[in-house]
Design a protein around this ligand. Structure first.
Ligand code: DGT
Ligand code: MG
Ligand code: MG
Ligand code: MG
Ligand code: MG
Length: 258
């Protein structure tokens, strides 16, 4: 049925197609997770179960939306990188963001009980989301580095803060003790006062998590013939993504020739 008299209302819709041929990053972030973490008694500063749940949700999003080539997560946030050439939802920002955010939130509720078998979900969590275009690989790498540096700075600060609080200091007192201090001071404080070697804390806490489609070679023997095929396995890891090493080992993620 074409053209009812009501069709004109479509003209009120705004165009929100993201720039073509650019990396699209959709970042989602837990809404008021400060409160959510308190209500659900998350371990401070890092709750392994909560982080694993975030990772499982991000993996579910990546497995569903194959145009996502990489994801990086820390705390209550996750960034999803959609390949430059993608035409998913005609690159409409509102569609991409709403599908990713709702799939993530639904997965969070769906998978809650496997990570917190003894804790009842007290209320439905929500996530916000936004999409940003980055025009080239180097700026995309800088975006991801920005998030991983943020992870490090926050984790180092929070590790010190909660060590002081667990040792009996008030939150205000612990905050003022740390105010304006440098990284080496914080590492020294953790080591001398609390016997914590910062660099030996789990990579999950210090570096966050990334998910990518790892290329694996499968060899199958058929008589004397050996045929090799490669496939991609969605993989979670917690290493450094600021330096070149990871990207040189997996050049296919950003689409460069091997
Ligand atoms: P927003 O994002 O503006 O709605 O507000 P929040 O409260 O979500 O603030 P945000 O996203 O800047 O900070 C994340 C909060 O989530 C932070 O206050 C502490 C909480 N959080 C995230 N991961 C953990 C965790 O593993 N353990 C604990 N205890 N809290 C966590
Ligand atoms: Mg926020
Ligand atoms: Mg948040
Ligand atoms: Mg956050
Ligand atoms: Mg529809």
């Amino acid at each position: 049925m074409a053209n009812s008299k009501y069709e004109y209302v479509k003209s009120f819709e705004v165009e929100d197609r993201l720039l073509p041929c650019t990396w699209v990053v959709v970042r989602i972030d837990g809404r008021s997770f400060h409160r959510f973490a308190d209500v659900h008694g998350f371990e401070k500063p890092n709750d392994i179960n909560a982080l694993n749940l975030m990772n499982e949700c991000a993996k579910a999003v990546m497995e569903d939306l194959t145009d996502i080539v990489f994801a990086y997560g820390v705390s209550d946030e996750y960034s999803f990188v959609i390949q430059k050439a993608s035409n998913l939802y005609k690159r409409r920002s509102s569609k991409l963001v709403s599908v990713i955010v709702s799939l993530f939130a639904a997965s969070y509720v769906f998978n809650w009980h496997t990570h917190f078998p003894d804790k009842k979900l007290q209320y439905p969590p929500a996530f916000d989301g936004r999409a940003v275009c980055y025009p080239d690989d180097s700026i995309l790498r800088d975006y991801l580095s920005w998030r991983q540096v943020d992870c490090h700075i926050n984790n180092q600060y929070n590790t010190c803060l909660w060590s002081l609080i667990k040792a009996g200091k008030s939150k205000d007192c612990a905050n003022s003790e740390l105010k304006g201090t440098r990284a080496d001071f914080k590492n020294e404080m953790l080591f001398t006062q609390f016997g914590i070697n910062y660099n030996e804390l789990p990579q999950l806490f210090r570096k966050g998590s990334y998910i990518y489609r790892k290329k694996v070679q499968n060899s199958t023997a058929n008589g004397t013939q050996i045929s090799r095929k490669s496939s991609f396995v969605v993989t979670i890891d917690h290493g450094d993504i600021i330096g070149d090493t990871f990207w040189k080992e997996h050049p296919y993620i950003l689409g460069a020739e091997e």
